[in-house]
Design a binder for this molecule. Structure first.
Ligand SMILES: [Fe+2]
Ligand SMILES: [Fe+2]
Length: 175
């Protein structure tokens, strides 16, 4: 048994080998490093004005998406969707934690964002929310002059793209 830690969110994982994706923030396996090699990278980053504005907007996106998924999880009567929306809510909430660390602020509360009664409507809204995030994070990564901020936004684009794939697979399962 070993301990691995995620280079994006910092959370630890115990196992024989690293998971394909961080169970907390969804980062790909390359981000899972042996705990003895891990170093804090989100605290104490010098951040310029453009990236600060982009991180503040990204925080708002993550918080509202986490709130939306939490409502969708509470509404559904289907255990598949309960699991899916719960996982998405936790991952987006973790993204909000990462961004709060970079901004050196206390992580705000997750707001209540109403979801639809129908699960597939929520999957459709998920697709729109993730697409919006991907577009904004792509732009933010390009604008970032700080190496770490660029890396964080690029990895968030990667992770939110896996959520789009999940939405597609889910639509196929329940068609
Ligand atoms: Fe992570
Ligand atoms: Fe996210």
């Amino acid at each position: 048994m070993r301990v691995f830690r995620c280079r994006l969110c910092g959370d630890p994982y115990i196992g024989n080998s690293p998971p394909t994706h961080c169970p907390f923030c969804g980062a790909p396996v390359e981000f899972m490093v042996p705990a003895e090699e891990w170093e804090e990278e989100n605290i104490g980053v010098e951040i310029g004005e453009i990236s600060r504005k982009n991180l503040e907007e990204a925080l708002e996106l993550e918080l509202t998406n986490a709130g939306f998924y939490r409502s969708a999880m509470e509404k559904t009567k289907n255990e598949y969707f309960k699991g899916m929306f719960k996982a998405l809510s936790k991952v987006e909430s973790e993204h909000a934690s990462i961004i709060s660390k970079l901004l050196r602020i206390k992580k705000p509360e997750i707001p209540d964002i109403p979801a639809h009664d129908d699960d597939l409507e929520n999957v459709k809204e998920s697709f729109e929310r993730e697409s919006r995030a991907i577009k904004f994070y792509t732009k933010s990564a390009n604008e970032a002059i700080e190496e770490r901020v660029k890396e964080v936004f690029t990895t968030l684009v990667n992770i939110e793209s896996t959520h789009l794939l999940l939405d597609e697979e889910t639509k196929k399962l329940f068609r």
